[in-house]
Design a protein around this ligand. Structure first.
Ligand code: GUN
Length: 608
């Protein structure tokens, strides 16, 4: 899997299949080969890039079986893109068993030319007892070893019912197998009853325990209500039989829920029904109606996918999910569960986002970028929390102010429901922020009233505080010792470059108020901060290239700091810790070991 854009755990990615590359996030509509309602070629025009069908249904039907075996699945379904096949597990769950075994099912899927073949996993239901689920996971894992997928990708489902530890266990077991594609299974009953909060826990526990290089699929997750939240938690692919199942019941999918077609007065602009009225629908026969409703549902799914892609690209998916959480009580509850994972999500979150931090309501405090800032602030002044909730300030003004005076940090700016030290006023997410206007607390002084020397000292404190935020406690003093020269922009008055003894150490990016290091800056951090911190270690083969300024590829990395923040400045060093270059990490330290393909550190300065 190659990542083109990222927004925390969400990504626009791409991977290869025997029938071409597949870009994610996407939905694979389920094609029932017995009853094709919307043809796969028509689906392509809506944005469908891959489809999924059921090999068990094909194998059981003599006519379909012969056709699939003689001319292949792609010809049979008139679709030249990637086709995934499921194995009959779901039928086994619905009907209590199937007549084929695992190895035979996988062989059959291979012989009809499936691009992604699925083992016959053991479905785990929400109500299954713990021990039974654990056994199901182990049986499922063992089944991967019974098969040889040939050139196809191999789907090894993660099971585990609603048990957090068993989902994690299953994800870890599957990660150690040759399955290259990881669906999250056993969730259809939860999706059907809108148990989204349970799904949040299931997805998180599966995702963070699986390698990021493998696509994650949510079996049956085809409702536009839940797609954004699932993508935010790292799901790449969905499949949907819902588009036709709902259509059969006269139900239509919408971005924030499902409606009875008979109750819809007007159809939205993206719907193929947009020029129709109820009387046009009433005039249709049953088949026609099924076709048009299915088509509508596919459009609903793919316009949601497009919205999600836009949000990932601009890195505002969290805000989108936050706003969408108000659409339905089940989503609101799921969002509450999601917020309980903010600290975990923070570890996958970029050092700054492309777009401004948007304050929407109090839940914005749990945006992973806000969590990162408040965690930093808690340790900023002698262990005292500095991110002072407004209520505390209003009720206890004197005490708060004297705390700041004691700490010799007299300036505060308002940010969301609290105040943060003015040192971070120009830095994401304090500056790049849309919400109640930031202002100084007037009672505690204004920098304009202070004399020149004091202001110069403040600038030094400011760049040190930013460096501590960006690189960890202590980095500020290492990078910017006394005597550091700070140059500001004449036009904006904002800090631009920082030098020492005439040699430039860093520039402050106007976009996010964080630093880009020069080689001199990198040397200072390297000397002053030991161990693995802020480093990726490359092998000998890579050394000369990185020293000459070429990017670092994942496959040459031998070790790294697990706390690297995605998008942050990162030191590139040899196995023996010689500094070779500095650049931007493309992923967090938690993901670094997952990928084999692509650029891990985009180098901007090198030792030469
Ligand atoms: N379709 C819906 N759920 C599942 C599942 O858990 N496993 C498989 N193989 N297919 C499914």
């Amino acid at each position: 899997m190659e990542v083109l854009f990222r927004d925390g755990l969400a990504r626009i990615g791409r991977f290869s299949t025997p029938h071409g590359e597949l870009e994610t996030p996407t939905v694979m509509p389920v094609i029932n080969p017995n009853i094709i309602v919307v043809s796969p070629s028509e689906m392509k025009r809506i944005g469908v890039r891959a489809i999924i069908t059921n090999s068990y249904i094909i194998r059981r039907n003599a006519e379909l079986r012969e056709k699939a075996l003689s001319s292949g699945l792609h010809s049979m379904l008139s679709f030249d893109g990637p086709i995934m096949t499921d194995s009959g597990t779901f039928q086994s769950y619905v009907y209590g068993g199937v007549e084929y075994d695992n190895a035979g099912m996988v062989e059959f899927q291979k012989s009809i030319g499936s691009d992604i073949v699925t083992i016959l996993d053991v479905f785990t239901k929400p109500e299954d007892p713990y021990e039974q689920v654990r056994r199901a996971i182990e049986v499922t894992r063992a089944r991967v070893d019974e098969v040889d997928p040939g050139d196809s990708l191999l789907a090894g489902p993660i099971q585990g019912s609603i048990y957090d530890d068993l989902r994690a266990y299953s994800a870890k077991l599957m990660s150690g197998s040759k399955a290259t594609y990881l669906p999250i299974g056993g969730v259809v009953p939860l999706l059907e009853s809108y148990r989204y909060a349970d799904l949040v826990r299931i997805i998180v526990n599966s995702k963070v325990n699986a390698p990021f290089s493998r696509p994650i699929h949510l079996f049956g997750g085809g409702h536009p209500m839940f797609i954004p939240m699932a993508v935010l938690l790292g799901v790449d692919i969905f499949d949907s039989a819902s588009y036709v199942k709902y259509a059969r019941d006269g139900r239509l999918l919408f971005p924030d829920g499902t409606r009875d077609a008979s109750e819809v007065l007007e159809f939205p602009y993206w719907s193929p029904l947009r020029d129709m009225q109820q009387r046009d629908i009433a005039a249709m026969d049953k088949r026609e109606r099924l076709y048009w409703f299915s088509l509508h549902n596919l459009h609903a799914l793919f316009s949601e996918i497009r919205e999600v892609r836009i949000r990932i690209e601009e890195q505002t998916l969290w805000e989108y999910v936050q706003s969408k959480a108000m659409a339905h009580p089940t989503l609101l509850e799921a969002f509450r569960t999601l917020r309980s994972y903010s600290r975990l999500l923070e570890r996958y979150t970029e050092v700054s986002k492309k777009n401004s931090f948007m304050y929407l309501d109090t839940r914005s405090l749990e945006h992973p970028s806000a969590v990162r800032l408040s965690r930093f602030l808690e340790s900023f002044v002698g262990g005292d929390p500095v991110f002072v909730p407004r209520a505390e300030y209003e009720g206890n003004r004197g005490a708060v102010i004297s705390r700041y005076e004691r700490s010799q940090r007299p300036f505060l700016v308002q940010w969301m429901h609290g105040w943060v030290p003015m040192e971070l006023e120009d830095t994401y997410p304090v500056q790049q922020y849309v919400g109640p206007e930031a202002r100084l607390i007037p009672d505690v002084g204004s920098p304009l009233e202070e004399e020149g020397q004091r202001l110069r000292d403040f600038d030094l404190e400011k760049v040190r505080a930013i460096a501590d935020y960006q690189f960890g406690k202590g980095a500020g003093r290492v990078l910017f010792p006394d005597g550091t020269e700070i140059v500001k922009s004449r036009a904006t008055g904002r800090i631009r470059t920082i030098s020492y003894g005439g040699v430039q150490v860093a520039t402050m990016r106007p976009k996010d108020g964080l630093f880009t290091l020069t080689m001199e800056g990198a040397r200072r951090l390297h000397q002053g901060i030991g161990g693995k911190r802020l480093r990726v270690f490359v092998n000998r083969e890579s050394e000369a290239f990185n020293r000459a300024g070429y990017n670092v590829f994942f496959k040459f990395i031998v070790d790294f700091d697990p706390e690297i923040v995605a998008g942050n400045e990162t030191l590139v060093v040899s196995e023996g810790d010689d500094l070779l270059a500095v650049g931007k990490a493309s992923v967090s330290g938690l993901e670094m070991a997952s990928y084999r393909k692509g650029v891990a550190v985009k180098v901007h300065h090198s030792a030469g």
